[in-house]
Design a protein around this ligand. Structure first.
Ligand SMILES: [Zn+2]
Ligand SMILES: [Zn+2]
Length: 263
């Protein structure tokens, strides 16, 4: 009887989700930001399900650098090497960086939307959960540290999108969220066109400061951001955390810009 009731409520909640999606799609008709097709489900956010499938396929395709997650040139088959590295990221302070996928299509549009709406759609949460589960040694991670925004930038924008992602991951994993462990003391531009990786790295030097040392000492921390471009921001924050006594620092972002090479 209880089992039947559970089935009934499961079915009812699925039907109501479908009805809600249909009602919202009628109320707010919106096209996919990638291909222009109709978005059928509210849970997909900025892109249609075909474009999501496309980015999920791309996320799985090809070899990635074992440290920074950069896409690597394919090797002539049948050569197979595990733990290939790009050779450009050795100096970066974090142990490894991973992303839900490349900064393209549905993921790019979702990241852009997140700058305006502080909410992760169900599809994005699912991508984040999968990317976290695929991290090497994800069970050893102890705390989640979103890349902090400078207080002036936070006042302008009203929220920190890295913190929105980190909060979602904390609720998905049960890990502790340490959003007040580090602050950003230097105002830097996110990524200006024509700004080289070296110039960007220099502008970020000493950009962060530890505010709560006991939240950093001896912790295995996971840095969270929306996009990783040159890796300079993640590097600078990782270095600050390691100097503050963190045991190991890794990085997870929603997306990885694959055409920006670290120099
Ligand atoms: Zn589409
Ligand atoms: Zn690399």
């Amino acid at each position: 009887m209880i089992c039947n009731l559970n089935k009934f409520f499961d079915q009812a909640s699925r039907i109501s989700a479908t009805l809600r999606d249909a009602a919202l799609a009628t109320l707010y008709p919106s096209g996919c930001r990638v291909c222009g097709d109709m978005i059928e489900s509210w849970r997909d956010g900025a892109a249609c399900s075909n474009c999501w499938r496309e980015i999920e396929r791309k996320s799985l395709a090809g070899d990635l650098c074992a440290k920074c997650g950069m896409r690597l040139e394919p090797l002539p088959s049948p050569v197979e090497i595990t733990d290939r590295r790009c050779g450009r990221c050795d100096h970066l302070a974090f142990a490894y960086a991973r992303a839900c996928g490349p900064y393209e299509g549905a993921l790019r549009e979702s990241v852009l939307r997140l700058k305006l709406h502080p909410h992760l759609t169900a599809r994005l949460r699912e991508a984040l959960r999968r990317a976290f589960a695929a991290l090497p040694d994800s069970h050893l991670i102890e705390s989640i540290v979103p890349v902090p925004l400078h207080s002036d930038r936070l006042a302008e924008r009203g929220f920190n999108q890295a913190e929105v992602i980190a909060r979602a991951l904390a609720s998905l994993t049960g890990l502790r969220l340490d959003s007040s462990a580090v602050i950003r003391v230097k105002k830097t531009e996110k990524h200006r066109a024509g700004m080289g990786a070296r110039e960007r790295a220099r502008s970020l030097e000493r950009a962060f400061r530890i505010r709560a040392p006991r939240l950093v000492e001896n912790r295995a921390a996971l840095i969270i951001d929306d996009v990783m471009t040159t890796g300079s921001t993640a590097h600078e924050l990782a270095e600050t955390l390691l100097n503050g006594g963190a045991r190991v620092v890794n990085v997870l972002t929603l997306a990885r810009a694959m055409n920006e090479f670290i120099q």
